[in-house]
Write a protein that binds this ligand. Structure first.
Ligand SMILES: Nc1nc2c(ncn2[C@@H]2O[C@H](COP(=O)(O)OP(=O)(O)O)[C@@H](O)[C@H]2O)c(=O)[nH]1
Ligand SMILES: [Mg+2]
Length: 477
């Protein structure tokens, strides 16, 4: 996600590294690069300009924090401003004081409204324990109704679909009755789209809004549409009072412009993002996490939440204790490896980790889940004793040879794994210290347990870290 932007920004910061104090020229140069990076990422030019102006002012004016280097200061300022630009805190779905809450999904054709409707229904049902009703109000194409019905079936959510002979306005009206009768507390209305902004569609949507007094009007935007996204958002916002935006297809090769501009231009918060075609590919939008992803600091919190879903708490506590005592072994590593494989496609997971965005670029080859299998094979070829005391292997070339042939790999693969395991242990020790302090701040259950690392590509490629465990920090600060 946003790889090019991340790289360009990191390039700009790189030039500031090693400088004790920033001269005005340094700042100017860095700002030029940041501005260029934003424009290339399809950030709206007025947004880019404002953004850079604010950073320049803060970087020159200072705010000098003695404890930070010049480059760190600029990174911090850029981070703060990115968070500000994207809306500070996570914006939740509106909820009506009286049931049902009506959510109207609007947007251009192909933006992902129907998919997102189903994703939201699933999310409401599974994480908020609500009873959503999906409503098929795109009556212009029978296929659209079938599509929603199929999705509803997949997730076990009822779909209200009177058919193509009833007007969307009438469907919306009767859907509310149906929801009250059936005890549904959310009504998610999937509407028709057009290829372009179109007056008759706007009129229809406005009427549906009036009929249902929608509590939430979510504009669904395809993040790949770049600059256009802003124009579209602006149009929709003028006609309908949007209450939020959903960005879809952030899993694709999007440059990030829409994510960065849309809030500034419409004043509407981005509430969710879609990161895949599957119905669980939905994430709440956290401006702070997105900012650190863009800056290549990874997104440890999202990762932890993902891990949370697939990891047993008891195990996490045991692991934390081990990391603290520096007793982490290859057996634990193997257990992590197996957990990670449950978490989802490795590429996605890796992108969430600090520094990985950068490493991946070095290789420009996607990390392959087969590499995990290779690492697994190497560990499985170690004896019980070796797994607990890796130094036994480091000291003995015959052990290394045995393990390599046992796992069908090369000695250099074994060596690399050993090295990376050592590095990882060090990293984990640092992170577990961080975990403790976060826990102190974050209240009960808060804290980052630790991060596991494992070699990404064994072919002499960069070591990529994967894995992360921890109990969720309810509050970040
Ligand atoms: N990769 C990816 N594809 C998506 C995402 N959301 C929707 N799609 C795909 O985009 C296409 C259009 O989606 P659809 O929900 O029918 O759009 P609508 O016309 O606005 O209702 C479908 O092929 C979806 O599978 C997403 O977050 N990521
Ligand atoms: Mg649709």
């Amino acid at each position: 996600m946003f790889d090019t932007l991340s790289n360009r920004l990191q390039g700009a910061f790189q030039k500031l590294r090693g400088k004790g104090r920033l001269s005005e020229d340094d700042v100017k140069e860095a700002m030029r690069e940041i501005r260029r990076a934003l424009l290339e990422a399809d950030v709206h030019y007025s947004v880019a300009k404002d953004f850079v102006d604010r950073i320049r002012e803060r970087a020159i004016g200072q705010e000098i924090l003695q404890s930070l280097s010049a480059a760190q200061q600029v990174v911090k300022i850029v981070n703060d401003e990115l968070v500000e630009l994207m809306g500070q805190s996570q914006a939740k779905l509106n909820r009506s004081s009286k049931s049902p809450t009506v959510v109207l999904m609007v947007g251009l054709q192909g933006a992902g409204k129907t998919t997102m409707s189903a994703k939201l229904a699933r999310h409401l049902m599974l994480t908020e324990h609500r009873r959503p009703l999906l409503v098929a109000a795109d009556v212009y194409r029978p296929a659209a109704i079938d599509q929603l019905q199929a999705l509803g079936k997949q997730i076990g959510v009822s779909v209200f679909a009177p058919g193509t002979s009833v007007s969307p306005q009438e469907i919306a009206r009767t859907a509310l009755d149906e929801a009250r009768r059936g005890g549904y507390d959310y009504v998610i209305i999937d509407t028709a789209g057009r290829l372009h902004v179109d007056e008759s569609l706007m009129a229809e949507l406005t009427e549906i809004d009036q009929i249902t007094s929608a509590d939430e009007i979510l504009l669904v935007i395809d993040a790949m549409t770049g600059q256009d996204a802003v124009t579209v958002a602006d149009h929709f916002h003028q006609q309908l009072k949007l209450t939020g935006v959903v960005l879809t297809k952030l899993d694709g090769d999007t440059r990030g412009g829409a994510a960065l501009s849309v809030r500034h231009v419409t004043g509407c918060p981005v509430k969710f993002v879609g990161v895949g075609e599957k119905l669980d590919a939905l994430e709440p939008f956290y401006p702070d996490r997105m900012a650190s992803r863009i800056l290549g600091m990874g997104d440890v919190l999202t990762l932890i939440e993902k891990a949370q879903a697939s990891i047993d708490e008891q195990q996490v506590m045991q692991l934390e204790a081990k990391i603290r005592k520096n007793e982490f072994t290859f057996d634990d590593f193997l257990a992590q490896l197996q957990q990670i494989q449950k978490m989802g496609p490795l590429n996605q997971i890796l992108g969430l980790l600090p520094g990985i965005g950068k490493i991946k670029q070095l290789q420009n080859e996607s990390v392959d889940d087969r590499q995990l299998k290779k690492v697994e094979a190497i560990i499985l070829s170690m004896s019980k004793e070796e797994r607990i005391k890796p130094e036994l292997i480091s000291k003995s070339s015959s052990r290394r040879l045995r393990i390599a042939s046992g796992s069908g790999t090369h000695v250099r693969d074994v060596n690399q794994l050993l090295r990376q395991f050592e590095d990882m242990r060090k990293l984990m020790k640092q992170l577990s210290g961080m975990g403790k302090s976060m826990k102190g701040l974050g209240g009960p259950g808060g804290g980052l347990g630790g991060l596991g690392g494992l070699p990404g590509s064994m072919k002499g490629g960069p070591g990529a870290f994967a894995g992360g465990f921890g109990k969720r920090g309810k509050k970040r600060r």
